[in-house]
Design a protein around this ligand. Structure first.
Ligand code: SAT
Ligand code: MN
Length: 588
């Protein structure tokens, strides 16, 4: 067995790596430093092995296509476990397994799994270099594709080791693609040990352990013991024509337009406004000395859903994807240019689909509905100049939302922090292709964290209540729904860049000047407070998406009551109170 050669001496790290090597028995060990040469070497090896396919190097320089196993195209929530010592600490929304038993089962699968493979040691930093809020992770993996993705998604290599120094303060990740069989696929989290073990998948959130496993599940469990929040949220800066800069964060379930909103380009009618992107998926919040909530983006890139991304829906993403990007499970043209449904109105001729087979219209989808692009945030035209600020940015408004064809209005504002937590805790959203399972069924997805909260969800709600209640100036909380459908199944609200009109009202509210009507569910904009100038929307439709249907809401309340009951005795009383207050407002 060859061990790595490095000047770094971190005894904790050495022990971790040698323990994993004794278990997985790799052919050799490759220590990733994050350099350009290293990346080139790995890429050319992957091309030789067919793991990556070179795209058109003129049109898409330094960009590659990866086809994953057809059984391995989305997160598998039913195979994802929180292995806290006590079952109750995982709570009703997580699968739990006793840590020693689960480890024994996984150790069996990991035993000798890398015999003919290289074991990569990938140090990564979550958050800006030098920030007291950043965290180091070490992912061990036998997938060079994972290494190439982590390089884009995180601050990877020696930068992370420098941040770590000699400390034992790092999250440990052990990953192998195993035999890719869903029967031997498990993603286990050990919050007390800050350890993640994942086997049998090479895809996205199952395999890039920095993302959902570390930055959400493990981090949320750590944050609950400290005084901060790890959230499934985008962070966006919005600057008005008179130079007023407001930061907004937003939680939406996977594949519900977070990346589009985070990279939003103001439309023609808002060209005097500026947007700036801090992050599209994950936000870590801490309380500032000024009693505001400040956020960093722990990541450094986007792992975005490709289908539906185009020059209209997300021009900044399209610009970012011009080079140095990895495309997973998209289709490709004869010229080696990536394509997916929604990129252009008509598909190009002679496409090769995501399986690598010739594709004709009528053959189903050419790109997988959960096909993805990996690209650096630094290539995005809208990247914020404050991206690397070690304190992060102060957030004035938080949005919750999800796909909901009916019921929830375009936008409404909570009455106060605790009511806002109630709104976040009760978000209902249609399921998407980001996770294996039926698409389009409404499920409760509190704070868009249902699959990502690493501890008891009721304790998580209490933690939220505590954080905001101890601050004199917490963000205002809003609910948005861009996805209302009319009777013909067409979207009523134009969405995309025009969502800035809703954000403008939100900024107006935060600044104390936006006009609103008090309804049982919250504050809703007066029809004249929402800018609909030059918008193709009838006043009937506008009324429809801004109205509160008390009867329908009373039905929704029953679903919420059932949901709360299913979460058990720990559900904070404050949320039960919010529910009964809502009921009396709806009935009066
Ligand atoms: O597969 S990921 O978890 O990285 C993406 C997502 O589902 O949001
Ligand atoms: Mn996500």
């Amino acid at each position: 067995m060859i061990f790595w050669v490095t000047e770094m001496k971190n005894l904790f790290l050495e022990k971790f790596v040698s323990d994993v090597a004794s278990l997985t028995k790799p052919n050799d060990i490759f220590w990733c430093n994050g350099s350009e040469e290293e990346n080139e070497k790995l890429i050319s090896q992957m091309i030789k092995k067919g793991i990556l396919i070179k795209l058109n190097q003129e049109k898409n320089p330094n960009s590659y296509l990866h086809r994953s196993d057809p059984n391995d195209v989305a997160r598998t929530e039913h195979l994802t476990f929180i292995c806290s010592k006590k079952e109750d600490d995982a709570g009703p929304t997580n699968n739990w397994s006793e840590p020693n038993q689960f480890k024994a089962k996984l150790n069996n699968l990991f035993d000798g799994v890398m015999k003919t493979r290289t074991m990569y040691v990938v140090p990564y930093l979550m958050g800006p270099e030098g920030s007291p809020y950043s965290q180091v992770g070490i992912q061990i993996t036998d997938s060079p594709y994972v290494v190439a993705n982590l390089r884009i998604m995180t601050r990877m290599g020696n930068r992370a080791l420098n941040h770590l120094g000699e400390s034992n303060n790092f999250v440990k990740g052990v990953h192998s693609t195993g035999d890719l069989s869903p029967d031997r696929r498990y993603i286990g989290h050990f919050p007390e040990e800050r350890l993640i073990m994942s086997i049998g998948s090479g895809y996205g959130g199952n395999a890039l352990l920095s993302k959902k496993c570390h930055a959400l599940r493990i981090a949320s469990a750590i944050a609950s013991k400290e005084d901060w929040l790890a959230e499934h949220m985008l962070i966006l800066g919005l600057e008005s024509p008179d130079g007023e800069l407001t930061y907004i964060s937003g939680a939406f379930p996977s594949a519900s337009g977070k990346t589009n909103l985070a990279l939003m380009k103001p439309p023609e009618s808002y060209k005097d406004w500026k947007t700036s992107t801090i992050g599209d998926d994950i936000a870590w919040f801490h309380k500032g000395e000024d009693n505001r909530l400040w956020a960093i983006n722990p990541e450094a890139g986007f792992f975005g859903v490709a289908p539906g991304t185009n020059v209209k829906s997300n021009p900044n993403a399209i610009a970012s994807l011009k080079k140095n990007s990895i495309f997973t499970n998209v289709a490709v043209t004869t010229e080696g240019i990536p394509w997916w449904e929604g990129l252009t109105d008509d598909p190009p001729n002679n496409l090769t689909d995501w399986h690598g087979k010739p594709w004709k219209p009528g053959n189903g989808k050419a790109a997988h509905p959960n096909s993805r692009f990996t690209t650096s945030i630094n290539q995005t035209p809208s990247v914020s100049p404050n991206l690397n600020d070690s304190e992060g940015v102060p957030v004035s408004a938080m949005l919750f939302g999800g796909r909901r064809a009916k019921l929830t209005p375009l936008v409404y504002e909570s009455f106060n922090w605790v009511h806002g937590v109630f709104i976040g805790a009760t978000v209902g959203a249609e399921t998407t292709a980001a996770a294996v399972g039926k698409v389009g069924v409404i499920r409760r997805d509190p704070m868009a964290m249902r699959p990502f909260c690493g501890y008891h969800i009721a304790d998580y709600f209490s933690h939220w209540i505590k954080i905001g209640s101890s601050m004199s100036n917490p963000p205002r909380i809003f609910h948005v729904n861009w996805f209302r459908l009319d009777d013909n199944g067409e979207f009523i609200w134009p969405g995309f860049g025009d969502n800035i009109r809703v954000l403008k009202w939100i900024v107006d509210r935060v600044k104390g000047r936006g006009k609103a009507i008090k309804t049982p569910i919250g504050y809703i904009p007066t029809p004249d407070a929402l800018d609909t100038k030059d918008l193709d929307i009838s006043s009937n439709d506008l009324d429809e998406i801004l109205k509160v249907d008390n009867t329908a809401w009373l039905e929704e309340m029953e679903v919420i009551r059932e949901f709360f009951t299913s979460l058990g005795k720990k559900l904070p009383n404050e949320l039960w109170d919010e529910l009964s207050n809502l009921e009396s407002r709806l009935k009066s």
